[in-house]
Design a binder for this molecule. Structure first.
Ligand code: ATP
Length: 359
């Protein structure tokens, strides 16, 4: 197991800064994801970790070893690309054995390693198949086996599931997690898919415009997004621009105003600056349509009118107009069917959970 540390990595293309002082760490045996929208610099960062791109600044360490100037083949990494790159003229066995044969390992050792790698990805029995006879998901498993067979210190995966259909993708992401757990290898995984990142990661680095904007466990990032970008990129949210009216030091509750409403937010400390605008985020699933008698049980409760009810499947999403503020509210379970015909109805909503974002 190896610890990976990248400090202040920079990559420029002409005057364009693709990666801007990125610092990230993966502990031994940890699965860390770099998550972000297209073009934010995720692949460039991963390729620098692999030695495929030379950084313009910063350093990379594997444990205490400074690997910044080492070529990829001296780093002992296993890189899995978006596109499967199996040799089309070799069968599965030969593909997985290739890297080991190049290292001139004894035949018996190669046989054992290939067998173990195919077992890990649940592809035993496919040794004689040609790549053209495999499904996309099976081919990607063989690709992963090929990488595992060489027993790398660090695994680097660049959107390995992006060319795989949704259902299989869902299965394979858990497979990758299982394989990582079983091999206890440090894995750095790049994706633009939030659900994928959250399902498999110990920790996530969210990247935007070449920078790391937030780092944390999936739960920390979801429940406590620090910036408007994070709040909107991770799941769905209600963004509200507010002004601060009051802060109660004792109770740790800020009162913010928007659209003539006073919204109360639990916040550990805040500098009372009435000239500043504050953005808050409230998740649609954190707002409930409540019984008017229960208003006292919530930090916030308001009357509103349902403008729209949209059936999404597991949820019915309501757009509720509260004093001119349009809020997305998600309803679940059997109760959600009661809202299918709620357009135009008056309701009372209640919520406690709400986050003030840093600007
Ligand atoms: P995607 O998910 O679309 O692959 P990404 O987050 O992995 O995106 P990168 O591939 O790291 O993004 O690219 C980051 C930025 O650097 C992009 O704006 C890209 O256009 C730019 N870029 C990447 N490689 C080069 C290059 N060789 N020359 C010039 N610009 C580049």
């Amino acid at each position: 197991m190896t610890r990976v540390e990248a400090i202040d990595l920079v990559k420029r293309y002409g005057s364009f800064v693709a990666v801007d002082k990125v610092t990230l760490r993966a502990r031994e045996g940890e699965l860390v994801t770099i998550l972000g929208p297209s073009g934010c610099g995720k692949s460039t960062t991963l390729r620098m970790l692999a030695g495929l791109i030379q950084p313009d600044g910063g350093r990379i360490f594997f444990d205490e070893r400074d690997v910044t100037s080492l070529p990829p083949d001296k780093r002992n990494i296993g890189f899995v690309f978006q596109r499967v790159a199996l040799f089309p003229h070799m069968n599965v066995y030969k593909n997985v054995a290739f890297g080991l044969e190049m290292r001139k390992m004894p035949k018996r050792v190669i046989q054992e390693r290939v067998k173990e790698a195919l077992r890990l990805v649940h592809m035993e029995g496919y040794e004689d198949r040609m790549p053209s006879q495999l499904s996309g998901g099976q081919a990607q498993r063989v690709e992963i086996a090929r990488v595992l067979a060489t027993d790398p210190e660090v695994l680097l995966f660049d959107e390995p599931l992006s060319n795989i259909d949704a259902k299989l993708k869902d299965e394979l992401k858990y497979e990758i997690r299982r394989i990582q757990r079983e091999t206890r290898k440090t894995l750095i995984y790049v994706t633009h898919d939030q659900a994928e990142a959250f399902a498999i990661s110990d920790r996530v680095y969210v990247m935007n415009n070449g920078r790391i904007e937030q780092e944390g466990t999936p739960l920390e990032i979801y429940t406590n997004p620090r910036t408007p970008f994070i709040a909107s990129f991770i799941g769905t949210t209600n963004f509200i621009e507010t002004s601060l009216k009051d802060y109660d030091e004792k109770g740790g509750i800020a009162t913010l105003e928007a659209s003539g409403l006073e919204i109360r937010v639990r916040h550990p400390s805040i500098l009372l600056d009435r000239r500043r605008r504050y953005f808050i985020s409230i998740r649609p699933e954190d707002i409930k349509v409540i019984n008017p008698d229960d208003q006292k049980s919530y930090l916030n409760s308001f009357k509103g009118t349902v403008e729209d009810a949209i059936f999404i499947g597991t949820t019915v999403r309501l757009n509720i107009n509260v004093n001119g503020l349009l809020l997305k509210v998600d309803t679940y379970g059997a109760e959600r069917f009661n809202f299918l015909d709620s357009k135009g109805k008056e309701v009372v909503i209640g919520f406690d959970s709400c986050t003030i974002l840093n600007m």
